[in-house]
Design a binder for this molecule. Sequence first.
Ligand code: HEC
Length: 168
Amino acid sequence: MTPRALREAVALVVLVAVMSGVILVILNVGSGPATDPHAGEQTASAPPAVSTPAGGSAAPAAGTNDPALVTAGTRLYQADGCAGCHSLDGAKGVGPTFKGLDGSRVQLADGTVTAASHHYLKVSISAPDAATVKGFPKGVMAGAIASYGLKAKPAEVRALVAYIASVK
Ligand code: HEC
């Protein structure tokens, strides 16, 4: 019994040794030639893998409070003449003030009340006559900004929305 158990134990040890030898050889073979290309692959694939989510997450974030976008919107507010009709201090001008506009409730000329979401702001800028604010003339803004072609410049509209949203 004891010699047999011993033989079995030795056989087991030999088996384990052979197996780990095989595993080591496999690992060596695998890590030898494969490590370098794999490391190269990782370096090559890491930047796109990292930059894609980064770019992807930067895009939605840019829609709201990205400082660069707000800065661009500030410039457009002046350059596209918005400033001539829309105050920033609550004063009523030719058009409604931008102060506190984002997220507020807007009464429209057709009697409905709508939330000034970013979508509403976007539509108000790219298609000014889609909805008319109660107490204000229809068509005035559309005529004034027609030459800027904002309907075909979604990036500029986004910047203007970001800017308006920053005017608290
Ligand atoms: C000639 C004056 C004039 C100019 C210039 C003008 N707007 Fe307007 N805007 C108006 C008037 C009037 C209204 C309200 C009537 C309406 O809803 O169309 C209005 C409405 C808006 C609204 C909706 C406001 C609210 O209280 O719901 C937004 C947003 C807006 N304008 C953005 C802009 C931006 C951005 C620019 C510059 C690219 C601009 N406007 C240029 C006159 C103007």
